[in-house]
Design a protein around this ligand. Structure first.
Ligand SMILES: [Zn+2]
Length: 357
């Protein structure tokens, strides 16, 4: 005996027993939205409830099953869109004579039966077709294929970190792109015959790796975005494919810092270079250059090396901050000279500081 004969299918869907087909469908869609396992973390409760409402829907939209059910349960009303008095009588006699046969069928789901067209899975898939798009489920979807809305593919964003030298001269990079594609087994429906699709595990999507060689142009800046058209996720039903976006990051260096198109760095100088001035070697992005330190330079003083920064059209500068650094391993002779310097020096560099207090 079919178990649904024990249940109040109208109550399960939350409709009156004289509800017409449109009301039953609408009630089912409302319930299905609420109880779909996907939106309920696949909780056992939601799966059970979803099966129950789907079963109720299946029976109540199947003319033959509904009339049998209505008669057996005593829902015999005049205004039913399905059950005229004669049909009801006919259904009743069929019910009693085919009871054994029905029971047998229920136990052997695989039995091929042409009268029992509306299988659980069919109903399930037909209803789900329109469930999340807000379209109404087609009446006979197996016969007339519904025209599907074009779906554009999503864009893919990818972070790419390059070396500063690559940013300056440009480079080619092979990137690994992870595409999401509609699951070919369930065609994105997530469920097959009411069970999670085994291929996509109920996500409706599968992941596909793709290697792509991309050209990163010379002079690219940190944070720049490169668009590669049509390399995003695939579109469906004639929809456009998404694009691939590469977000460029430039590897931090312990020496160079980047600020817009400018490159910043700190360069140590000795106390006598600071006092006497010097020509010192300073690394830049394009190799070492000689930089002039004028006499009487102090710590924190900044020097600009023009056009030694980054940028495509308008190159930035390199800003060098000098820092007077005292060598740790000075010789006796050096120390002796500093002692003499101390004896002859009359300068008090803290004079103003003390007067202010
Ligand atoms: Zn699948």
């Amino acid at each position: 005996m079919n178990q649904y004969y024990q249940k109040d299918l109208y109550a399960i869907l939350g409709v009156e027993p004289d509800a017409d087909e449109a009301q039953i469908k609408s009630a089912y869609r409302k319930q299905a939205r609420k109880w779909h396992p996907d939106i309920n973390d696949n909780s056992p409760e939601s799966i059970l409830h979803f099966k129950e409402i789907t079963e109720a829907y299946e029976v109540l939209t199947d003319e033959h099953k509904k009339s049998q059910y209505d008669i057996l349960k005593g829902f015999n009303f005049k205004s039913s869109s399905y059950t005229s008095q004669t049909q009801a009588k006919k259904a009743y006699s069929e019910t009693s004579s085919t009871r054994t046969q029905t029971e047998y069928k229920a136990k052997n789901k695989d039995t091929n039966n042409h009268q029992d067209k509306s299988t659980f899975s069919q109903v399930f898939e037909n209803i789900l077709d329109g469930l999340f798009t807000g379209e109404s489920a087609p009446k006979k979807p197996k016969e007339e294929k519904k025209k599907l809305k074009p779906e554009n593919g999503r864009d893919i964003n990818l972070n790419v970190t390059i070396k500063i030298s690559e940013a300056i001269s440009g480079t080619n990079r092979t990137v690994n792109v992870l595409h999401s594609e509609r699951c070919p087994k369930c065609e994105g429906r997530r469920f097959i015959n009411g069970a999670k699709c085994p291929l996509c595990k109920g996500t409706g999507e599968i992941s596909i790796h793709k290697k792509l060689s991309v050209k990163i142009p010379a002079g690219i800046k940190k944070g720049a975005k490169i668009r590669i058209a049509n390399e995003g996720n695939k579109g469906y039903n004639g929809g456009k494919s998404g694009d691939l976006y590469l977000f460029i990051d430039i590897e931090e260096s312990s020496f160079f810092k980047y600020e817009g198109n400018n490159v910043l760095c700190e360069v140590p100088i000795t106390p006598f270079e600071a006092v006497l001035g010097a020509n010192i070697e300073v690394p830049t992005l394009s190799g070492n250059v000689t930089m002039k330190i004028p006499p009487y330079t102090t710590t924190g003083q900044k020097f600009r090396l023009s056009q030694q920064g980054t940028g495509k059209n308008k190159k930035g500068d390199q800003i060098v901050t000098v820092k007077i650094t005292v060598p740790k391993d000075m010789t006796e002779k050096e120390l002796e000279l500093y002692k003499q310097l101390k004896l002859i020096s009359k300068h008090n560099v803290r004079e103003n500081l003390l007067n202010d207090k």
